[in-house]
Ligand binder design. Structure first.
Ligand code: GDP
Ligand code: ZN
Length: 442
């Protein structure tokens, strides 16, 4: 399938101490051999060699270290050669062009990982985890990605896949050998609890997947409060920089200002909003609609109240509006208040927000990421939801006293959805596995 050798600059293309030009494929070693001062044809796998890369006139271009990895124990399961050169953009590109002129083809984005997948070294979920690792912006996301690379998704789904396979196999056997008395008949009453149990397990995974996505994408956190309570000041204090405009005039934060902070190992995507209230002017109205929308989508609400004043009707409305959301109630302007309040009391203007930071830290302390594998990828979660719908159809039909053979199609669909998560969806595969489990027909 992959008859040519690919190459690419595997490090970020910017000035740095070292850059890596990587080749993968049958000709990786012969190609580098033509342009390197040392003969690599018989060097053992996983060794590093010092020398020079030569241009077409046999002039040295750069002093390099060349790593040789022989198939199959490599990232792509093909021969891989990595040229560690000096990190200048010019020299790195020069070496890449020399490699290209000796017969390698430029790799498409993700092609090394794609080869790893097609050669069966990793499944699709692992390939996606490689991408997640590259994109990880925080510690938890990186940890989740490395688990994904090591096969956590496979580990999580495999028992569920096998479970479905057993059910399908049992139904098939009943269809093929209806009269065969040694074979246990699977009735609708037998099947229903199995389907329900399976759905419970899927629900547990989907619930955790939510957390996985939070870790990966950050927690959308909306800051709300009536005008002038100090939302923008709080955002600024949190960001420790002046991204939002702080002013005395009510209703000036019309646009939604965003910034990100890291609390412990999670990332909060902060959203300041225009005061959610009735507005006369048009622009302000748009801002308010946007903040309503943001409030709906937010995973966490920071509701700011003015601790130096009694609550107003508007404050009460906001307390009511957010009561079903995960929220922290924050009493701002503590510096103006002589009574001490219960709860999270801060002074945003003076950057005294430690009580809030503490509250956020304890909110997301341990409960986000424990040792269990989680799903975080949109495609994977989508397929899991699809599998769930198929099995729910099966459940409803069974509850309606449908015979097992008539719901097999739904169960098969769920099975294929899960296999697709791992990138292994082949009908033959299903049949092979079935066959290996039941060799009745011989
Ligand atoms: P927003 O409309 O809710 O975004 O409020 P702003 O952050 O724009 O603040 C409104 C006014 O309250 C500004 O004059 C701020 O300087 C002031 N303010 C904000 N936080 C505090 C605080 O903790 N203490 C005091 N004394 N004033 C504050
Ligand atoms: Zn504001």
């Amino acid at each position: 399938m992959f008859d040519h050798t690919i190459c690419a600059i595997s490090t970020a293309l910017k000035e740095g101490a070292i850059s890596i030009v990587r080749l993968s494929g049958e000709d990786a070693i012969p190609i580098v051999n033509q342009i390197f001062t040392k003969d690599l044809s018989h060097v053992p796998s996983h060794t590093i060699h010092y020398g020079h890369i030569l241009d077409d006139h046999k002039e040295p271009v750069d002093e390099v270290l060349v790593s040789v990895f022989r198939a199959p124990k490599t990232y792509t399961r093909e021969d891989i050669v990595e040229i560690n050169c000096h990190g200048g953009i010019f020299i790195t590109r020069k070496i890449l062009s020399i490699v290209l002129s000796h017969g390698a083809k430029l790799a498409k984005p993700g092609e090394f990982t794609q080869r790893a997948f097609y050669h069966g070294r990793i499944d699709l979920s692992q390939a996606e985890a490689v991408e997640d690792m590259i994109e990880a912006t925080n510690d938890s996301a990186a940890k989740m990605a490395i688990r994904g690379i090591r096969g956590s998704v496979h580990q999580l789904l495999q028992p569920l896949i096998e479970n479905l396979l057993d059910i399908i196999a049992q139904i098939e056997v009943n269809i093929d050998y209806p009269e065969y008395e040694d074979i246990e008949q699977l009735t609708q009453q037998d099947l229903l609890p199995k389907v329900k149990e399976w759905l419970d397990r899927i629900d547990a995974i989907l619930k955790k997947a939510n957390t996985g996505q939070l870790i990966k994408n950050g927690i959308d956190t909306v800051i709300i409060g009536r005008p002038n309570v100090g939302k923008s000041s709080l955002l600024n204090a949190l960001l420790e920089e002046d991204k939002a405009i702080v002013t005395d005039i009510a209703g000036t934060t019309r646009d939604i200002v965003e910034g990100q902070i890291h609390i412990g190992s999670v990332q909060l995507n902060l959203i300041d909003t225009a005061g959610i209230r009735h507005a006369s002017d048009k622009i302000e109205q748009i801002g308010i609609e946007k903040s309503q929308e943001k409030l709906q989508q937010a995973k966490l609400v920071l509701l700011v109240l003015d601790g130096s004043h009694p609550l107003t009707k508007e404050d009460e409305d906001l307390l009511e509006k957010t009561k079903d959301k995960l929220r922290l109630i924050i009493w701002n302007k503590q510096d103006l208040s002589d009574t001490s309040q219960e709860g999270i009391c801060i002074s945003a203007k003076n950057h005294q927000i430690q009580p809030l930071i503490d509250a956020l830290e304890s909110l997301y302390q341990n409960d986000l990421l424990n040792e269990e594998p989680v799903l975080s990828n949109e495609r994977q979660i989508g397929l899991l939801q699809q599998a769930r719908s198929a099995m729910t159809r099966a459940q409803l039909a069974l509850e309606d006293h449908t015979e097992p053979d008539l719901v097999e199609i739904d169960i098969q669909e769920a099975y294929e959805d899960l296999k697709e998560i791992l990138g292994e969806v082949h009908r033959e595969d299903l049949l092979d596995t079935l066959f290996s489990k039941f060799c009745l027909g011989k």
